[in-house]
Design a protein around this ligand. Structure first.
Ligand code: UT7
Length: 331
């Protein structure tokens, strides 16, 4: 019997309507459209407004759209992996809440936390449930409501992040398409450079933690940048080299959208031209777990069966990696 591969058979996304522009940020903190654009490549980002709305509310839109376009019945979904750093609640998992809201009555699920690399880790993990034969329909969701943990008085972080969510359906195939290889890494010694100080078991919420603004993203940008440039590029190159993929074999680079300069460095290391890179950072900013599925969603119509895609990410932890995907269908 030939090997079972896990293929993405559909992708859908959701971004909230509210557009937070650089111009609006100029009125909130000491920054400028020019600084943000030249240092990051971002012009605007989306923000989920409304009382009582969490990341699962964006995920419901993405998942319902995904089920509709792939003609999949909600009750046929067996597993949901929800990659996020901004779950609705500390517990239960947002995957559980999403299953309830989207009518995935026969699925089990869990949240996966690997910061900006979460979707890569989730895609790889979800694929193993397919490849092993345990499941036939797995949804991997990547999304964040970053506005819930961003300090809009901190110009170093508030200009970067946005809200958004994407979801893919994984199904088995005996064709040589789908997830082909993954190079994934975690190095917890990098945790000091990018984290949320309070709200976990080390430092539960208190008046003091709130007063000290410790429930927001803390980032030492320059340090993170240094590691991101090197590791994301090296991981992408590793996946290419060990699979004998030359730059001309790669149809698309799908990079995490943290900073245009990190994306360019990765493409340069791979030898891949700008025309082959999926870039939407200018309109969505860094949606953390949402960046990769949102790119796939936006470019879906241009993708052809057999296209070689290299997905690459770097995030808090540190976590990073790259995945080689052979696209499984033509739109
Ligand atoms: O997705 C998860 C992983 N995260 C990343 O990959 C992010 C990696 N880091 C970065 O993308 C960049 O480091 C940032 C975009 C966060 C910052 O860019 P930078 O070129 O590294 O700037 P910097 O932090 O070195 O700051 C340079 C200057 C500082 O002023 P002084 O000390 O030189 O006077 C900052 O205070 O720019 C200042 N600055 C700003 N100025 C205007 C920082 N943020 C802003 C701002 N507007 N929003």
């Amino acid at each position: 019997m030939s090997k079972i591969h896990a293929a993405i058979t559909g992708v859908h996304g959701y971004v909230p309507d509210y557009v937070l522009s650089n111009k609006e940020l100029e009125k909130m903190v000491d920054t400028s459209d020019e600084w943000i654009l030249t240092r990051t490549g971002i012009s605007e980002r989306r923000i989920l407004k409304g009382e009582g709305l969490g990341v699962s509310d964006m995920a419901v839109h993405a998942v319902k759209g995904l089920l509709e376009k792939t003609n999949t019945r909600p009750e046929d979904i067996e597993l949901v992996i929800f990659c996020t750093v901004t779950p609705d609640l500390v517990f239960p998992a947002s995957a559980n809440i999403l299953c309830d809201k989207a009518g995935l009555v026969n699925a089990w699920g869990y949240d996966l936390g690997a910061a900006c690399s979460g979707f890569l880790f989730g895609l790889t993990t979800g694929s193993k449930f397919i490849e092993s034969g345990m499941h036939k329909k797995v949804i991997v969701v990547g999304g964040d409501k970053m506005s819930a943990i961003i300090d809009y008085t901190d110009r170093a972080t508030c200009v970067i992040f946005g809200d958004g969510c994407g979801a893919v359906l994984l199904e088995p195939t005996e064709e040589a398409v789908g997830l082909m290889d993954a190079d994934l890494h975690s190095d917890g010694s990098g945790r000091t450079f990018l984290h949320q100080k309070a709200g976990g078991s080390v430092k539960p919420a208190s008046h003091e933690t709130v007063d000290a603004r410790e429930h927001f993203v803390y980032q030492e940008g320059k340090q993170v940048f240094r590691f991101a440039v090197t590791n994301m590029a090296e991981s992408a190159a590793t996946v290419m080299e060990r699979n004998h993929l030359k730059p001309e074999d790669v149809a698309w680079l799908v990079p995490h959208q943290a900073n245009l300069r990190i994306i360019d460095a990765t493409a340069d290391r791979m030898g891949v031209g700008r025309e082959k890179i999926m870039i939407n950072i200018q309109k969505f900013g860094n949606t953390t777990n949402g960046t990769l599925p949102l790119c796939l969603w936006e470019w879906e119509k241009q993708l052809k069966k057999g296209d070689n895609l290299i997905l690459a990410a770097f995030g808090g932890g540190f976590t990073w990696g790259a995945v080689w995907l052979k696209w499984a269908y033509s739109a």
